[in-house]
Design a protein around this ligand. Structure first.
Ligand code: ADP
Length: 436
């Protein structure tokens, strides 16, 4: 279509030349007529160009003004520009309405949404960012975010670049509330930061911790009294009617279980509220292994387990001896409890490129794959009846996970039903104090 128009224009141009040449020929002034025709043709085109250039330079944007009218090929050009103008107008209106909608909906959010550019400077923030973080727009725009949120913990989180976990802090100078920061990368190394107020959740969480701590503490005394009386009765069991012997023994068994549960709950609650052990503490791994082997052999002597231990000589870890003792003891007692009689329990420690591993493996019952992800939940048991037979509280692995997290480590579990289990505690290399 466009090509056709240009052909038409070319034909028209030839026609002018021919017509002016012919008329010129008639008057014997061919050159003069052709030159005049070319002159008028050029003047016409220059005039149209002038209109187009005036139109283009007059206004700032293509949407602001209507195009000049034109005929022939110029009409086609103006028409095409007009169509483009219309298309752009509608897509720019669409974008404007989209931006308005995004701004309106983000303004309604309780959560602060902040866009941070490649240089770590503030680009944009919604209304909640002004309320929660005290940002002022446009004054704070292009300021370094770490200057606006002044806290060393935030700076470390921001530049640390590991955003898999959120950061929960209250920032002096901004507000007393506890804020949760979550950052993700987008575009070209830009960051999107979401901030929400979690003060209420924090209060509930600390109420829960206090409640569990208080209940476990309060239950301690009555259980000790009941156990004390039961022990005295059992010491004089001959003076008690024979029909009560069995119930009394069961009462003693259950009160022992109750004591173990309360003790574990109290330990968990202390772990949750007590400060993380400082770097000055240390735990000697070969000593830990030896003591735990002795204790387990004594407590579970009927099971006749064999132990194999291997650890680098004098391997010492930065951390609480008592807490790490509790981790390995829990794992070894489980290995002993859930692997029947006459089995081998392997205790090993090894250092790899970027971590130290402490592992407890058994060739016992094993655990079905579907249970593995839930084992460290409080009171989760694979087999309730078996667990209560063995005197388990269902809190052992929750304690293990908690202590490892306090030492910047994690628990990995591999197991297959009938083939045994391997519980591997992975701690970062900076936890190693020395080894030979
Ligand atoms: P419990 O006090 O019941 O042993 P834990 O939290 O220590 O509680 O363990 C949770 C569950 O995981 C146990 O009830 C048991 O079913 C399973 N389990 C733990 N260790 C082993 C193991 N070495 N072999 C088989 N099952 C295990």
């Amino acid at each position: 279509m466009f090509m056709k128009k240009w052909r038409g224009e070319f034909d028209f141009f030839l026609l002018i030349l021919l017509a002016s040449g012919f008329v010129g020929f008639l008057f014997d002034r061919t050159t003069f007529f052709i030159a005049s025709a070319l002159f008028f043709y050029s003047v016409y085109n220059i005039y149209q160009l002038k209109r187009l250039s005036e139109w283009a330079s007059e206004k700032q944007t293509i949407e602001e003004t209507s195009l000049p009218e034109g005929s022939g090929n110029w009409g086609t050009i103006f028409d095409s520009i007009y169509k483009l103008q219309k298309k752009q107008r509608s897509s720019s209106n669409y974008l404007k309405s989209l931006i308005n909608k995004a701004q309106e909906s983000s303004a309604a959010l309780e959560m602060a949404v902040v866009m941070i550019n490649e240089q770590g400077n503030l680009d944009w923030g919604n209304l909640a960012s002004e309320r929660l973080l005290g940002f002022k727009f446009p004054d704070d725009q292009n300021q370094a975010v770490t200057n606006l949120v002044r806290d060393p913990r935030f700076t470390a989180y921001f530049y640390g670049g590991n955003y898999t976990e959120t950061l929960q802090i209250s920032i002096e100078g901004i507000s007393e509330n506890v804020l949760e920061f979550q950052i993700t990368f987008f575009g070209k190394n830009e960051r999107l930061m979401l901030v929400r107020d979690v003060t209420q959740l924090h209060k509930l969480e600390s109420m829960r911790k206090d409640f569990v701590g208080n209940v476990s503490h309060e239950l301690g005394t009555p259980i000790t009294v009941i156990k004390g009386y039961l022990e005295s009765i059992i010491d004089n069991i001959d003076s008690v009617d024979a029909k009560w012997h069995n119930p009394i023994l069961q009462m003693e068994q259950q009160s022992n279980r109750m004591e173990a549960i309360v003790k574990d709950l109290l330990l968990l609650s202390t772990l949750e509220t007590r400060a993380i052990p400082g770097d000055e503490l240390s735990a000697d791994v070969p000593t830990l292994f030896r003591e735990i082997e002795e204790t387990t052999t004594k407590v579970m002597k009927d099971y006749k387990h064999r132990f194999t231990t291997s650890a680098p000589n004098q391997l010492k870890l930065r951390g609480s001896y008592n807490e790490l003792y509790s981790v390995i003891l829990n794992l070894v007692m489980n290995a002993a409890k859930y692997s029947g009689v006459n089995n081998t329990i392997q205790l090993s420690a090894r250092i790899e490129d970027d971590a130290v591993f402490i592992e407890v493996a058994d060739d016992g019952l094993g655990i079905g794959r579907e249970h593995l992800s839930r084992l460290t939940e409080r009171f989760y048991r694979v087999d309730k009846s078996r667990s209560s037979e063995t005197g388990g509280t269902g809190l052992g692995l929750a304690i293990v996970k908690h202590i490892l997290a306090r030492h910047d480590g994690e628990l990995n579990i591999q197991s297959r039903v009938g083939k045994g289990s391997r519980f591997s505690c992975e701690l970062p290399l900076y936890r190693v104090l020395n080894s030979t």
